[in-house]
Write a protein that binds this ligand. Structure first.
Ligand code: PEP
Length: 257
């Protein structure tokens, strides 16, 4: 029986980087290198929110994602907020929800994340939902139960149809921005466990893209891309350098050939 084709994704999370001038240069360089390619891999950039409008107008070969979304709906007197409807109105159709930096530094608890998920789906945005355990949780043997609970939090607010619009990013917190990557074996094991959860709870598990995130770089991308259940990468630091980012895109494009 032939394997179902899953979409491969490489998504650059720029976080609070770089300066506006450097962002325009970086974006131009990545777009130029993607021009005329027919990659098997989809590429997206999640820039700081103030850059979204400009980049979405310039984007040709890649998608633009928001790094976060408000829990409030629509338009109105919500100073400082960026709603899912506003993103939809700007043609930003992808959003990251549940990144560990939002959970840890900005108090995004389960209730808040669920509100954001509901808002994103109401505006028909595709969600990149981040899960992952801390080092203490991994060392005490809780990694899988933590990730399964995070998937349960997501499941509670999704309809059966919503699942087709979800990308899961497994990002062990101890690997984010630290230079430490999960071994391909450990990453594959967690991805297979996530896939098993999705098989039990959705009817589209084999179609859903599961990305790995946590110090992905040119040097480890080929090995990660070779893993059966790793369908792409959410990339922080290495997405700020066009050459490194392109090498990661190449690794995941070739894994799908
Ligand atoms: C991230 O922030 O999602 C991330 C994976 O960062 P880094 O690649 O720098 O570890």
């Amino acid at each position: 029986m032939s394997q179902p084709v899953r979409q491969q994704w490489v998504i650059g999370n720029w976080k609070l980087n770089p300066s506006f001038i450097d962002a325009k240069k970086l974006f131009t360089s990545i777009q130029a290198q993607l021009a005329d390619r027919t990659d098997a891999c989809q590429v997206a950039i999640a820039p700081p929110a103030p850059y979204l409008g400009l980049l979405v107008e310039q984007a040709e070969q890649l998608a633009i994602a928001a790094q976060d979304v408000s829990f409030v709906s629509g338009f109105g007197a919500f100073t400082g907020e960026v709603s899912a409807h506003l993103l939809q109105n700007m043609a930003v159709n992808l959003v990251i929800i549940g990144h560990s930096e939002r959970r840890e530094l900005f108090g995004d608890d389960v209730k808040m994340l669920q509100s954001k998920i509901l808002q994103a789906r109401a505006a028909n945005l595709k969600i990149i939902y981040c899960v992952g355990e801390s080092l203490a949780q991994r060392e005490s043997g809780q990694a899988e139960s933590v990730v399964m609970q995070q998937l349960d939090d997501l499941k509670q607010v999704l309809s059966a149809e919503d699942w087709a619009h979800i990308i899961i990013a497994y990002e062990p917190i101890w690997a984010i921005g630290t230079g430490k990557t999960a071994s391909p074996e450990d990453a594959q094991h967690m991805h297979a466990t996530i896939r098993q959860y999705l098989t039990q709870h959705t009817d589209c598990a084999e179609q859903l893209s599961l990305l790995y995130g946590g110090s992905v770089k040119a040097e480890n991308a080929v090995q990660l891309a070779a893993c059966k259940d790793i369908d792409g990468a959410l990339v922080g630091g290495a997405s700020l350098d066009a050459t490194s980012f392109m090498a990661i895109i190449n690794a995941f494009s070739q894994s799908n050939d």
